[in-house]
Write a protein that binds this ligand. Structure first.
Ligand code: CUA
Length: 332
């Protein structure tokens, strides 16, 4: 009995120390969304349970090794123990009850992270190898940085243009895969609670540049967000050619494609529309709408002779591609 009480006391002390130690390391980044709260509550409860189980095993093991070790000259057998039905039933029922209780809490936390606010603002998230694009349908705005207003639920509708990616902002805790295909649009709800700059990263191995598939996330005051969205929305030209020119700058096309005939990393756009291009595989193709669209969505499909397959997929929307084609047509 004396041993049990001593060991139990040690279990309590080790549990407190391990749990305090794990807390002090700061395992989690800051909590920046309403959905993070139930997850962190659950996580902190689990840390306590884990600390207790760790103490329970390690303390009894270490205590036995130290206190019940063989004394010099003692060659007798240990006491034979046949089993203890009460103990066995207890250590089956108690863990079962704990597991069931934690799964009940887990289901509750999951439901809380998925709670629907009918006033939620919709943002479309388009993933592609290897970048993110965010579209604000109400304002016809598209951005490579995810701007969000504080204290408003955001309904993200995620899709992919190629393989499976996964949207993950650690400070928001919740995570969701983005799947290719219009029938597989996935939803994720986030209510940002802290002004600040975060990063969305891809949490699904999606190719050679998976590790660098990151985009900035900026949470701002609601009025600053409205001002940003309004400014972006108004700055979009009404003329498709002007819009196309804007997308060419926004998506960085100009870095590789000149508009004055000079060769760059990729073919110059000057006079390219309607031209017959000789391709690396010996065939040729006419530069028309379908050719340009394919070259943007699947850059490796047709490589112009003398150039390498160097173009990234950009995640442009169909409407943006249409605008870009109108712009390229004017570059005679
Ligand atoms: Cu996209 Cu990993």
């Amino acid at each position: 009995m004396k041993h049990i009480i001593t060991a139990a006391g040690l279990v309590v002390i080790v549990t407190v120390l391990v749990s305090a130690g794990l807390d002090a390391i700061g395992l989690m980044p800051i909590e920046a969304s309403a959905q993070a709260t139930p997850i962190d509550n659950l996580f902190s409860l689990e840390i306590k349970i884990i600390s207790f189980l760790f103490a329970l095993i390690v303390v009894f093991m270490a205590y036995s090794i130290v206190v019940f070790r063989r004394k010099p000259g003692d060659n007798t057998d240990a006491k034979h123990i046949e089993g203890n039905t009460t103990l066995e039933i207890t250590w089956t029922i108690v863990p079962l009850a704990i597991v069931l209780y934690v799964s009940y809490l887990g289901a509750g936390a999951l439901a809380e992270t998925m709670r629907v606010d009918p006033q939620a603002m919709e943002v479309k998230v388009v993933a592609s190898q290897w970048n993110w694009r965010f579209e604000y349908p109400g304002a016809n705005v598209s951005s490579s940085t995810l701007y969000l207003p504080k204290d408003k639920q955001i309904l993200l509708k995620l899709t992919s243009q190629d393989v499976i990616h996964s949207f993950w902002v650690p400070e928001f805790r919740v995570k969701q895969d983005a799947l290719p295909g219009d029938a597989l649009v996935k939803q994720l709800r986030i209510t940002p609670t802290k002004i600040g700059e975060y990063k969305v990263r891809c949490a699904e191995l999606c190719g050679t540049q998976h590790a660098t598939m990151e985009s900035p996330v900026v949470v701002m005051e609601s009025k600053d967000f409205d001002a940003w969205l309004d400014k972006e929305s108004k700055s979009i030209p009404t003329d498709p050619v002007e819009r196309g020119k804007r997308w060419a700058q926004q998506f960085g096309c100009a870095a590789c494609h000149s508009t004055d005939g000079k060769a760059g990393v990729g073919p110059s756009w000057k006079g390219i529309y309607g031209k017959q291009e000789d391709l690396a595989d010996g065939t040729s193709a006419t530069v028309n709408d379908a050719y340009i669209k394919e070259s943007i969505l699947t850059p490796g499909a047709k490589i112009v002779k003398g150039f390498s397959n160097a173009m990234p997929t950009l995640g442009m929307s169909d409407a943006q591609i249409t605008d870009l084609i109108e712009y390229i047509k004017t570059l005679k």
